[in-house]
Design a protein around this ligand. Structure first.
Ligand code: SAH
Length: 215
């Protein structure tokens, strides 16, 4: 059984202080990151590194996002309690757990069956039973649960996925890394009453690719 110790809490505090210095000023996000043990979402072999502000490999050649990236994307979502949020790319489940701690109703899709199964079990084990996970292709979104207040894409897209825009409520927002395989711009899209979208462009990031189909 993986436990959370004072040593972990100390490392987490340093991580959160570092995020503040890097410009993450939203207190509720910093608090959620202080509460959530990131080492629950990594292989045991990486436990000692869990509180470095870095991405790490997880199963199926994927990564757990860097804490700064998780905080940055979450900040751009401008979450309100009770909002319905679709995350594309469950991966380790860490980002989904942060959204849950911030009061969102979280739905998360993963294309790798193995990651989906492992992460679903791990989330349950740590008491995150309310996060709804799905095995599927994020390009299709989650029609049966749409529309969503917010959509968060945690893999790099080369164009804005239209089906996801359709599954946003009017006034809803989608945050996604958009660009080439080697570098992307963080974008925020706000859907207007008439279905048109307004785009805002933020900093550069590097994500694993948004791949079609399931494995
Ligand atoms: N949010 C994750 C980050 C995982 S990396 C975390 O906190 O750990 C991005 C994830 O997106 C990978 O697990 C990858 O398998 C998944 N992914 C890529 N393309 C996808 C698609 N079309 N549908 C669903 N998931 C996808």
């Amino acid at each position: 059984m993986v436990t959370d110790t004072y040593r972990h809490k100390g490392m987490r505090q340093k991580l959160v202080q570092g995020l503040k210095k890097k410009g993450i000023l939203d207190e509720s996000i910093l608090e959620a990151m202080m509460i959530l043990p990131r080492h629950y979402f990594l292989d045991k072999a990486f436990e000692d590194w869990a509180y470095q502000d870095k991405a790490f490999p997880i199963d199926c050649d994927q990564t757990i996002s860097q804490p700064y990236t998780v905080a940055y994307q979450t900040m751009l979502l401008e979450l309100k309690k009770g909002e319905k949020v679709l995350e594309i790319g469950t991966g380790s489940g860490y980002q989904a757990a942060i959204l849950h701690l911030l009061g969102a109703r979280v739905f998360s899709i993963e294309r790798h069956q193995k990651l989906y199964e492992q992460t679903t079990e791990n989330l349950k084990k740590h008491g995150f039973d309310h996060i709804r996970t799905y095995h599927g292709d994020g390009y299709e979104g989650l029609e049966k649960m749409a529309p969503f207040d917010k959509i968060l894409l945690t893999a790099a897209a080369t164009e804005i996925p239209q089906k996801l825009v359709e599954q946003l409520k009017s006034g809803g927002k989608m945050v996604l890394p958009l660009g080439d395989l080697d570098i992307q711009k963080m974008m925020r899209i706000t859907k207007g009453e008439d279905g048109t979208v307004q785009k805002e462009v933020f900093d550069d990031f590097v994500f694993v690719p948004f791949v079609r189909g399931v494995e």
